[in-house]
Design a protein around this ligand. Structure first.
Ligand code: ADP
Ligand code: MG
Length: 458
């Protein structure tokens, strides 16, 4: 018997027999993770990509605890669309075919209301439906959920994306507080986590997810004895990797400032990004990092939220994230768009338990590695340089004006011009380092849109 045998589960014999005849010989990974807690009556959050077998994961939970002799609605499965509700109904019926008289009823919008009321009057054990229509039946007193024992939110992420939150809330008010709640989703964004926090009780997480992204990111873990060593280790690591674009994650604002200063003193181009920056400063930092005139961004998680920079060579966790999700989010920034990525994590003894959490979450073991050997070369300068102009959108400046001024007579090659970023009162243009002097001279001499613009190199 292996851990993916259905036979090890406390399933009713008739359900078990039927699985084989459905061609379900072994549990899929999401089933192996979620079925034990589901059958134990726990609240479970199941996350796995489409086609991973989530329906049977909750379906067996629904059917196993069903009391067929009790003619009341005992389970409600909510789905985002009618198609999905129909599929789930079909799967439930297939799973239930050896249990006699199990009544599954579908309640979806876009279908006549009256016949649904008629079917409800005949009684049902399990309701599968879309939130809007189910809520309507509840509101009109046609659907009694007071005996509900199990609530399933299938494809919860899509339900929220489609705006079903108000219907969900209304339904939730009508179901018993003592119940089992199962939530299935292909993704697990923040609004789903908030929903789970509200409607579930100490949910067990069952996720099979990272297999798609994790192998593309090569993770290394390096032990440091203390805080001095941490900084030395970071410098050594960066000297070995010499990234053109890297983010170093710190846990506090103060730390970002200290680390960025230390890296600058070592000869790296590094800037701190944290919540203390004013909007203008933040814009400038992000522009310089994105246009490749700064190699290293030292950031807090909060400050780095929402920045989307492609082709990061390296993510460094200067300190381990407090939470596994945050760690995965950090390292997910490297290796975008099917490029392989690299993430290095520094940890001290105090952070070992976080490493253990991560290992159990990813179901793997990480071997602590020595730091890579620094390269003997000088630290290369970033390929680009940023020039700042004291005019922007308010002065009706457009990217073409800047490009035109740069590449006009006596100017630089268009190929040497990088990203141009316009703001209300200022603009930034990246140029290749070798052309920086000439570009600066050209922009300072020339008029742009009939006025002379002050330009400086930052
Ligand atoms: P999901 O809801 O995760 O997108 P489904 O529950 O619709 O995935 O399952 C996808 C397909 O896999 C279905 O055709 C289903 O019958 C099949 N399936 C589910 N569990 C098993 C299993 N243990 N063994 C074989 N096939 C399975
Ligand atoms: Mg599904």
């Amino acid at each position: 018997m292996t851990s993916t045998d259905f036979t090890q589960l406390p399933l009713k014999p008739e359900l078990l027999q039927n699985l084989d005849s459905l061609g379900y010989h072994q549990m899929t990974p999401i089933q192996a993770l979620s079925l034990p807690p589901v059958l134990a009556g726990k609240d479970v959050i199941g996350q796995g990509k489409t086609g991973s077998g989530k329906t049977a994961a909750f379906g067996l939970g629904v059917l196993n605890q069903l009391d067929v002799a009790f003619w009341r609605v005992q389970a409600l499965v909510l789905c985002p669309t009618r198609e999905l509700a129909d599929q789930v109904t079909k799967s439930l019926r297939a799973l239930a075919r050896t249990q006699h008289n199990v009544k599954v009823l579908t309640l979806c919008g876009g279908m006549p209301f009256g016949p649904q009321v008629g079917s409800l009057e005949h009684g049902a054990h399990i309701i599968v439906g879309t939130p809007g229509r189910v809520e309507e039946h509840v509101r009109k007193g046609k659907l009694d959920l007071s005996h509900l024992r199990l609530l399933v939110l299938d494809e919860a992420d899509r339900m929220l994306d489609m705006g079903f939150q108000p219907s969900l809330d209304a339904i939730l008010e009508q179901v018993p507080a003592r119940r089992q709640t199962l939530l299935f989703s292909a993704t697990y964004p923040k609004h789903i986590r908030q929903l789970a926090d509200r409607v579930m009780q100490q949910p067990v997480m069952a996720r099979v997810e990272e297999t798609e992204t994790a192998p593309r990111i090569e993770q290394s873990f390096h032990w440091v004895a203390n805080e001095d060593e941490r900084l030395q280790a970071l410098v050594k690591l960066l000297r070995a990797r010499l990234p053109e674009s890297a983010i170093v994650f710190c846990r506090t604002k103060e730390m970002t400032v200290d680390v960025a200063a230390a890296l600058k003193a070592e000869g790296f181009t590094a800037v701190a990004l944290n919540g203390d920056l004013e909007q203008k400063q933040r814009d400038q930092v992000l522009v310089r990092f994105a246009n490749r005139s700064v190699s290293i961004l030292v950031a807090t998680d909060v400050a780095a939220r929402g920045i989307d920079i492609e082709a990061l060579d390296l993510v460094v966790n200067y300190q381990m994230a407090l939470d596994t999700e945050v760690h995965l989010h950090r390292i997910g920034r490297t290796g975008r768009a099917d490029q392989s990525g690299r993430a290095a994590t520094l940890f001290s003894d105090k952070e070992r338990h976080r490493l253990a959490d991560l290992e159990s979450y990813m179901d793997t073991q990480f071997v602590e590695q020595p730091l890579p050997e620094p390269k003997a070369t000088n630290i290369p300068k970033p390929p680009m340089v940023t020039l700042q102009l004291d005019a922007g959108r308010k002065q009706k400046l457009r990217p073409g004006d800047i490009l035109g001024a740069l590449t006009g007579e006596g100017g630089i090659d268009g190929k040497s011009v990088g990203k141009i970023a316009l703001f209300d009162q200022t603009a930034y243009v990246a140029v290749q380092r070798a052309s920086a002097k000439q570009a600066l001279a050209k922009l300072s001499q020339d008029k742009i849109k009939g006025r002379s613009v002050r330009v400086r190199r930052i």
